[in-house]
Design a protein around this ligand. Structure first.
Ligand code: HEM
Length: 153
């Protein structure tokens, strides 16, 4: 209701267009959609990668392009996860003070995931097995989701 007693479809006017909880939920929604995109890519990539190596060269180009598109999507998803995560912390918690150990562990794992992803770009594949990178990324992702569930439930 607004001060004149009229219902406001988008929330209470004194709180802005939408109440803060709804903003938070919308950002959490984007956070979780980004998680779906990032996680799905991480499940699909090893399947494509495994087949790619055994494919005849004429098919490799098309599948390589698909793999490239998917890994671009997962990079965008990771960026969105970090941005929306920071927005949620700012909106609801106002910073990291008083954060639970599970939440800190989640952030440490996000940092490690970032390091692994940068290393995968910098270190040539001949010096480090890309499969090991893939495993590390999947392990970090599982750990992050576990810590998030423990932290917020
Ligand atoms: C790979 C990166 C990330 C993944 C996979 C991830 C995963 C998740 C998941 C699964 C949830 C839902 C937890 C639940 O409600 O049970 C969640 C919520 C949340 N995440 Fe993330 N997250 C990531 C990065 C981040 C970052 C970098 C931050 C902060 C800087 C962050 C802050 C939050 C917050 C504040 C919530 C919601 C808390 C609440 O409901 O009160 N996340 N995340």
């Amino acid at each position: 209701m607004d001060p004149r007693g009229q219902k406001h479809l988008l929330g209470r006017p004194e709180q802005g267009i939408l109440p803060m909880d709804i903003w938070f939920n919308l950002v959490l929604f984007v956070h979780l959609v980004a998680l779906v995109v990032g996680a799905a890519t991480n499940v699909v990539m090893p399947v494509i990668g495994g087949r790619l190596a055994k494919m005849p060269p004429e098919m490799r180009g098309e599948f390589g392009a698909i793999a490239g598109r998917l890994s671009r999507n997962s990079q965008i998803a990771l960026g969105l996860l970090v941005i929306t995560g920071i927005i949620m912390v700012a909106l609801r918690y106002g910073g990291l003070e008083g954060a639970s150990p599970w939440f800190i562990a989640k952030l440490v794992l996000v940092g490690l995931l970032g390091v692994v992803l940068v290393a995968a770009r910098v270190i040539p594949p001949a010096r480090f097995n890309p499969r090991v990178f893939g495993m590390l990324v999947r392990l970090a992702l599982l750990g992050i989701i576990f810590c998030a569930v423990m932290a917020f439930n």
